[in-house]
Design a protein around this ligand. Structure first.
Ligand code: GN1
Ligand code: MG
Length: 374
């Protein structure tokens, strides 16, 4: 065993899992937390669990994250079991595995926060869309998640990341970065960076669209997932159906429109978030139609007319917002999103902005699909 896996095996043994640890290895391409799978076995069965270190640079208070997770999963497990007989499939939701002392997480000697949750069995989360059927199942899974948590008491949820999808806040942060010496230097160092700055400047008026709708009472806050991108939606390996939403750290009071937008921007871009050739980045209408059909078939019950009106602006805005977040982080020296190269956040921003332009040029078609599946 290497030094790292030795430390991981010591950590995972703090949690109440029976059997012998066979292996523990890193997984997933998450941009925030560190994630590992640990496999335990005994004579006749095996248990696979997810071990994660919560990124304290992003989530200032891991205790609050775990309190939210406790509340969300408990509510969901009870409700899913009550509704299981009438459901068209087995919907799943990860469960917290506590430490031997009965705590929801373990604090390492360096202060880092570790948790273990169950792994959804026989299911896969894809980084790229596999076709319209997959997109449709992602839509169904997100709508089911929204309705599952619709009766959660939002006053009991902590806000894990204040300002998380408040786009005007990201614009202010971007402006401050551009005003800083290092930010200005990175901006002026490349023509491509200056081209992206222009894309942002051309859309400043549009940035507050959803905040305005909240302020004037058109939209109301409900429970949102916060990060329902394609690889947080688990698909059953045997039936091909959506079976679970994972990565629940950003569940908080917000707009379901943010979720719709975030899921759509990641599912309807077959090239994925890391594509280097911008010509391959296009908003795919077939995938969108399938996703929208899957989502709206279930969401019909809880979406008002006004809610539906804001779905298009949300798709455009969340795509723009992620481009802005990647670009601001690039200019700030990549301190938020994990990167493997200095240019990675710049490339990620280019992809989102190109996708945003592609969405804008398809506005009429996108709105027509949304009306069709009303
Ligand atoms: C981050 O860690 P990960 O990959 O699940 C980010 C999301 C972005 C996403 C883009 C807490 O999610 O908001 O949409 O990267 N999560 C946080 O890949 O900032
Ligand atoms: Mg996440």
């Amino acid at each position: 065993m290497t030094q790292d896996s030795l430390e991981l095996s010591v950590l995972v043994h703090k949690f109440a899992i029976k059997g012998r640890l066979v292996t523990v290895f890193p997984v997933g391409g998450g941009n925030i937390n560190d994630t590992y799978i640990a496999i335990f076995r005994n004579t006749f069965e095996e248990q696979q669990v997810i071990l994660q270190r919560i990124n304290a640079n992003v989530f200032a208070n891991p205790r609050k994250i775990m309190e939210n997770l406790h509340y969300i999963t408990q509510h969901s497990h009870e409700k899913l079991e009550r509704e299981a007989d009438g459901a068209d499939r087995v919907w799943q939701m990860p469960k917290i595995i506590q430490t031997w002392e009965g705590e929801d997480f373990y604090t390492g000697i360096d202060g880092s926060c570790w948790r273990v949750i169950t792994k959804i069995p026989s299911a896969t989360a894809f980084d790229k869309p596999q076709g319209p059927e997959h997109a449709g199942e992602c839509g169904a899974a997100l709508a089911h998640f929204h309705s599952l948590l619709s009766d959660l008491d939002i006053s009991r949820l902590h806000d894990p990341l204040p300002g998380f999808h408040i786009t005007p806040g990201y614009l202010e942060k971007y402006d401050a970065t551009v005003d800083s010496e290092a930010g200005r230097r990175r901006l002026n160092a490349s023509m491509e960076a200056r081209r992206l700055a222009k894309i942002i400047d051309d859309r400043r008026d549009f940035v507050p669209v959803l905040q305005k709708a909240i302020a004037d009472g058109s939209l109301k806050k409900r429970v949102m997932h916060g990060d329902p991108k394609i690889n947080n939606i688990m698909i059953d390996d045997f039936t091909g159906k959506g079976t679970a939403m994972i990565d629940l750290d950003t569940v908080s009071p917000g707009l379901v429109q943010y979720d719709f937008g975030d899921a759509v921007r990641s599912i309807c871009n077959p090239a994925g978030e890391e594509e280097l050739n911008l010509n391959r980045v296009v908003f795919d209408m077939d995938l969108f139609e399938a996703f929208a059909r899957g989502y709206l078939a279930q969401a019909r019950d809880f979406l008002t007319e006004t809610d539906r009106h804001y779905l298009f602006p949300a798709v455009r805005l969340i795509t723009f917002e992620l481009g802005l977040r990647f670009f601001q982080d690039y200019l700030a020296g990549s301190v938020y999103f994990k990167t493997r190269s200095a240019e990675q956040n710049l490339n990620r921003a280019r992809v989102q902005f190109r996708l945003c332009e592609s969405i804008e040029s398809r506005e009429r078609m996108i709105r027509a699909v949304l009306e069709k599946h009303d």
